[in-house]
Write a protein that binds this ligand. Structure first.
Ligand code: GAL
Length: 374
């Protein structure tokens, strides 16, 4: 299935883990639409691990837990479709899912058919408990083929955390998005580690094969399944959304939407940032300057603008600058170059070919640069 923009939506795992059910999914879908998140592109509502019964039925079919989902998945899919949303489900390439529920190894084509019958639009496919005899890349290809032969457009979302050199074979599997890093937790250390590791995937992220930095923790504030202590500060959550969108990662909200505060809603719905995330070309970012704890990157956008990310991963505030030559625009005397901050909307130019600013510890800035011939 060709997907031409990084997928956006919501996923149960970060906040709810095993505590999922039909009411939660319906209430989330209701709130998602009430708060207008769908209008920003958040369309997929994904039920992660722990939705199935522990045993397959007598025909070998995977079955939803009737206590958690008394009306079944098909009815839930219909409920979401009615609202203009899409339903995502979860399975795993191994003998069991990561939480010990039935997985799809040796049942790939049966499960893909079941998902298609239910009206599922998205499958997150995990990498736990792989059989010793078959390598993960074959199993991902097999599920890719099963989905493509299922008779329904089902987005394939691979979740192998970058393991076994995922980036070298993921494009052979037909996955439209793929986890490039390990699981996120709701604290600064986790964010910093994912941001640092993500640099290795700049060259392989591309249209139709999006490197997924994992579900968002914005708005969790330390609560829920991957919540730790107090979570992150507002500025750290801003850095989180700045980097995910600058990199063009899929955006799957992980917080409880029913209790989401206004600050978090604002972080998730910055139009300028979402436009950068969803840019149709997904050009590879390039370094303006980079050290292990201070990133400065730029990315050419489809309308000829340039996005710039300045991200201070260190624990000290820093003054910083970048110049026109790092953007390949040195001595372009026939150009007016303006820089607009996507959060404050403030616009400035370059002074003596330089743009300087100040970035506090753990903070980041994203700019959209416009070029105009004089
Ligand atoms: C992990 C995966 C998480 C979540 C979890 C469920 O492998 O990275 O995002 O899906 O399994 O057990």
């Amino acid at each position: 299935m060709l997907v031409s923009k990084p997928p956006m939506g919501w996923n149960t795992w970060n906040t709810f883990g095993e505590k999922i059910n039909e009411d939660l999914i319906k209430e989330t879908a209701d709130v998602l639409v009430e708060k207008g998140l769908d209008k920003f592109g958040y369309k997929y509502v994904v039920i992660d691990d722990c939705w199935a019964l522990r045993e397959r039925d007598k025909d070998g079919k995977i079955t939803a837990d009737p206590v958690k989902f008394p009306h079944g998945i098909k009815a839930l899919a219909a409920y979401l479709h009615e609202k203009g949303l899409k339903l995502g489900m979860y399975s795993c390439a191994g003998n069991m899912t990561c939480a010990g529920y039935p997985a799809s190894f040796n049942h790939e084509f049966t499960d893909a058919e079941t998902f298609a019958e239910w009206g599922v639009d998205f499958l997150k496919y995990d990498f736990c408990y792989l059989p010793k005899t078959v390598s993960g890349k074959y199993l991902f290809r097999r599920m890719g083929l099963a989905l493509l032969n299922s008779g329904r457009d089902i987005l394939f979302s691979g979740c192998s955390w970058g393991a076994d050199n995922t980036k070298d074979w993921i494009k052979t599997t037909s996955a439209s998005m793929w986890r490039c890093t390990g699981d996120i937790f709701d604290n600064w250390e986790s964010l910093k580690s994912i941001i640092t590791l993500r640099a290795d995937f700049d060259a392989v992220n591309s249209v139709g094969s999006y490197a997924d930095m994992d579900m968002l923790i914005v708005g969790m504030n330390g609560k829920g399944n991957v919540g730790l202590n107090k979570g992150c500060t507002e500025e750290e959550y801003r850095t989180h959304i700045n980097v995910w969108t600058f990199m063009g990662s899929p955006l799957m909200v992980g917080a409880d939407l029913r209790t989401l505060d206004d600050k978090s809603l604002k972080l998730l719905t910055n139009k300028e940032l979402i436009a950068i995330d969803q840019d149709s070309m997904s050009c590879q970012p390039f370094d303006l300057y980079s050290s292990s704890d201070f990133m400065q990157k730029a990315r050419i956008l489809d309308n000829g603008d340039i996005a710039v990310l300045l991200c201070n991963l260190s624990d000290t505030d820093r003054g910083t600058w970048f110049d026109l030559s790092s953007l390949s625009l040195e001595q372009s005397g026939d150009l007016d170059v303006t820089v607009t901050d996507v959060w404050t909307n403030e616009t400035r130019g370059f002074v003596n070919q330089c743009f300087s600013t100040f970035v506090k510890a753990h903070e980041s800035k994203v700019y959209r640069i416009k070029l105009k011939k004089k």
